[in-house]
Design a protein. Structure first.
Length: 196
């Protein structure tokens, strides 16, 4: 994902090995933290974890996979120009952002069964901002200047407004034309039964 998509892959100063290692370390740190918090703190309770025995021995594979993705998304913007320790920190912060945004989405009763908004939306915003903090050449930890953080934050806001505006126009036009929802019959019987 990140090694093949980086613009500096053919450059002599940045090797694909660093990009791959940063991606793996970030994903592993994110998955490790969410899995252990899930086990210790039960931050993603669901119906299958009702009994005490299931709580003690249940690992949520869905949360693990999404946490690994959250780590990969979180490090994508900066994977070619950070150290390994920074990749781990970015992954850990990405896992916290993922878990907290999952709670936020659930609290507002937004239907997102695959956690796409949490992984790609919230962690994507964190990925853009993390460049301003951890970049080896211009990041805050190396230069002490917060200029790049402000630029990256502005970029994240612009991307969010752009995506939100286009999504609103698209889905609002679908709603006005009656194409956003299926009919009541399909809702009651289920699309799987009728379409397959």
């Amino acid at each position: 994902m990140n090694a093949g998509g980086s613009m500096k892959i053919s450059s002599r100063d940045v090797k694909p090995n660093l990009i791959v290692m940063n991606t793996i370390v970030s994903a592993a740190a994110s998955g490790f933290l969410v899995t252990n918090l899930n086990q210790l703190g039960n931050i993603f309770p669901d119906e299958s974890q009702i009994s005490e025995r299931q709580i003690l021995y249940h690992y949520n594979v869905h949360s693990l996979c999404n946490a690994v993705l959250a780590g990969m998304v979180s490090v994508t913007a900066s994977c070619n120009n950070i150290d390994l320790w920074a990749a781990a920190v970015i992954g850990v912060i990405g896992s916290i952002i993922y878990s907290q945004s999952k709670k936020l989405i659930s609290r507002f009763e937004i239907d997102d069964p695959l956690d796409v908004s949490e992984v790609h939306g919230f962690c994507g915003i964190w990925s853009v901002i993390a460049v301003g903090i951890f970049d080896i050449e211009k990041g805050f930890f190396y230069t002490g200047k917060a200029d790049l953080i402000g630029i990256q934050f502005l970029g994240a806001i612009c991307y969010s407004i752009w995506a939100g505006l286009l999504s609103f126009i698209f889905f609002y036009s679908l709603k006005k034309n009656g194409k956003l929802r299926v009919s009541t019959l399909y809702e009651v019987i289920g699309l799987d039964f009728i379409m397959h």
